[in-house]
Design a protein around this ligand. Structure first.
Ligand SMILES: NC(=O)c1ccc[n+]([C@@H]2O[C@H](COP(=O)([O-])OP(=O)(O)OC[C@H]3O[C@@H](n4cnc5c(N)ncnc54)[C@H](O)[C@@H]3O)[C@@H](O)[C@H]2O)c1
Ligand SMILES: O=C(O)C(=O)C[C@@H](O)[C@H](O)[C@H](O)COP(=O)(O)O
Ligand SMILES: [Zn+2]
Length: 366
């Protein structure tokens, strides 16, 4: 078992990573049991593919559970499902010290985490992530949210889980497109500040996507450690350190908004295209070697990820995409800081980016 601590003073917690851990989850969850059964929230696909394992583990440890199953997909991160979930939590009698279990991908984790942040002004939750994306990124760090009509994750809160349990074997039932989408967030850690890890991705990405257990476990442990270190330094994205985790997201969220937060473009796919655009734009500004931008694009494409507007199926104008960006949560005093790169592993937060120039770049890229 590898254990990565997320060090946040009174809000510290562990991320436990071990193949087969789901079958022993009862043991790990027992200390968090209250007088009521655990409320486990999942989606339809995870309920079919992985719930029998968690149910057996809970039963084996003498723990009771009630399952809430929500529709699968990004559209579930909305007011309607937040309302129905909080109604279920209230009916269940959740108290502030109780733990709700988020069992699924990033959609379930973000929604359940936000419901836990606001129910009775805050109750506790545990993450059991079942997608590569959720295991390497969304289950760690306490960003919770739903989408608004205007944009991605616009209604949310920072609320840390008490525990994260990662079983890489849950990925055995995940579809190839979702594995690839999660892989985009793995590549992100290399592009931010670890050129050696990007080189590892170039060498091992294909094996990881094919389900190689060693490559998978290495990528998960490495990503979680990278994220935990950044979150411990800047939990609420104040100093600019945590903003690095947003590499590719200003472009990516605009592409997601343009496709209506639907399965036309998955979050990780938007991030992949967004990272390629961030590198291409950095190269256009003369700040990044064009060979590095090409390496990023080529690797993402080789992993069946989109690396351009056309790959992502986007035909919108630069002005339309920039209009989406105005809702970005990094906006400050009317300007939008941008994650750019001086090369692979050298991401930085630029504060002098002119959105008219971004719009022109996007029009050229179409
Ligand atoms: N909070 C954060 O820090 C953070 C970080 C990155 C992404 N996110 C958010 O995460 C969301 C995307 O998460 P995601 O990619 O996990 O999407 P998701 O939760 O929609 O899961 C993807 C698909 O896989 C299915 N699935 C999940 N686990 C499965 C399994 N083990 N076997 C079979 N099917 C399974 C789901 O039902 C769904 O259809 C986005 O909303 C994004 O904004 C949040
Ligand atoms: O944890 C973070 O910080 C991130 O930015 C991780 C991102 O991968 C994730 O998609 C996050 O939800 C985006 O944050 P947002 O603040 O731009 O909504
Ligand atoms: Zn992301």
């Amino acid at each position: 078992m590898s254990i990565v601590p997320v060090s946040l003073g009174a809000r510290s917690y562990d991320v436990r990573i071990e193949t087969g851990l789901l079958d022993r989850a009862g043991e790990a969850l027992a200390p968090y049991a209250s007088g009521r059964p655990f409320l486990v929230v999942t989606d339809t696909n995870v309920a079919a593919a992985q719930w029998p394992r968690l149910a057996a583990a809970l039963e084996g440890a003498g723990l009771r559970a009630e399952l809430v199953t929500l529709p699968a997909g990004e559209a579930t991160k909305d007011w309607k499902h937040l309302e129905s979930l909080t109604d279920r939590m209230i009916a269940h009698g959740i108290e502030r010290a109780d733990h709700v279990v988020a069992f699924g991908g990033g959609v379930i984790g973000d929604l359940v985490g936000f419901a836990a942040a606001i129910l009775k002004r805050g109750c506790r939750f545990i993450q059991i992530p079942t997608t590569l994306l959720a295991q390497v990124d969304s289950s760690v760090g306490g960003k919770t949210a739903i989408n608004s009509r205007a944009g991605k994750n616009l209604i949310g809160a920072f609320h840390q889980p008490s525990l994260v349990l990662i079983d890489p074997a849950t990925l055995d039932t995940l579809g190839r497109r979702d594995v690839a989408a999660g892989y985009a967030e793995v590549v992100k850690y290399g592009l931010i500040d670890d050129a050696d890890f990007f080189a590892w991705c170039e060498a091992n990405g294909a094996a990881l996507l094919a389900g190689d257990p060693e490559a998978r476990s290495h990528a998960i442990a490495k990503s979680v450690a990278a994220k935990a270190a950044i979150v411990a330094e800047d939990e609420r994205e104040i100093t600019g350190r945590r903003a690095l985790l947003n590499l590719g997201h200003t472009f990516g969220h605009a592409l997601e908004a343009e496709t209506g937060f639907s399965d036309r473009l998955l979050h990780g796919e938007g991030v992949a295209a967004g990272m390629a655009l961030a590198f291409a734009y950095s190269a256009r500004r003369g700040e990044c070697p064009p060979e590095d931008a090409a390496r990023v694009r080529d690797h993402l494409r080789a992993m069946a990820l989109p690396a351009s507007l056309a790959d992502a199926g986007i035909d919108a104008s630069g002005a339309t995409l920039v209009a989406h960006m105005l809702h970005d949560k990094k906006m400050s005093a009317g300007t939008l800081p941008f994650l750019l790169a001086r090369g692979i592993g050298q991401t930085w937060l630029a504060k002098d980016v002119d959105l008219a120039d971004v719009s022109a770049f996007l029009d050229e890229s179409r």
